[in-house]
Design a protein around this ligand. Structure first.
Ligand SMILES: [Zn+2]
Length: 127
C-alpha cells in the first residue's frame, strides 16, 4: 500500500467472495506509518475486461467500505495467522482455480509473500 511517498504492507487482508464478473476480491487494511491515516485498498479482477482494479479509501471511507464488504468476507489474513499459524511476512492472498475438463471444480487459497513463498491455507470445493 502507498501513502506519503512510502510503501508498506497491510495489517490485515480480507478475502472476499466473488461477485458476478468480479473475482479475486480483497480488502487490504493499514495505517500509514508516516501520517497514521487509516486506509483501505479494495482490489478486484474484472473478468469482462480482464483487468485488475484498485481503489483506495481513507479515514471515514474505510469504515464505510468495511461495512459494505463485511458480509462477503470468507477469511482474513489475521484469521490465517492465528488459525493456521502462517509464518509472519506473508503479504497477500492468491486464489488458484482447480480445473477439471475446463470446468472450475474448486479454489485453493494461498498466502504469499513477495519473495515467491506460498502456503496453502484453504481449499474450497464447488458444489
Ligand atoms: Zn500518510
Amino acid at each position: 500500500m502507498r501513502h506519503c511517498n512510502s510503501v508498506f504492507s497491510a495489517n490485515d487482508i480480507w478475502f472476499l467472495l466473488d461477485k458476478g464478473k468480479f473475482t479475486q476480491r480483497k480488502l487490504y487494511l493499514a495505517s500509514c506509518p508516516i501520517c497514521s491515516k487509516k486506509m483501505a485498498l479494495y482490489s478486484y479482477f474484472d473478468n469482462d475486461s480482464k483487468n485488475y482494479f484498485e481503489q483506495y479509501f481513507y479515514s471515514g471511507g474505510v469504515a464505510r467500505i468495511k461495512e459494505k464488504l463485511k458480509r462477503d468476507v470468507t477469511s482474513t489474513m489475521l484469521g490465517f495467522k492465528t488459525k493456521y499459524k502462517t509464518p509472519s511476512g506473508f503479504k497477500y492472498g492468491k486464489n488458484i482455480e482447480i480445473k477439471k475438463m475446463g470446468k472450475v471444480v474448486g479454489i485453493k487459497q494461498y498466502a504469499c509473500d513477495f519473495y515467491g513463498n506460498k502456503i496453502l491455507v484453504k481449499k474450497l470445493d464447488n458444489g
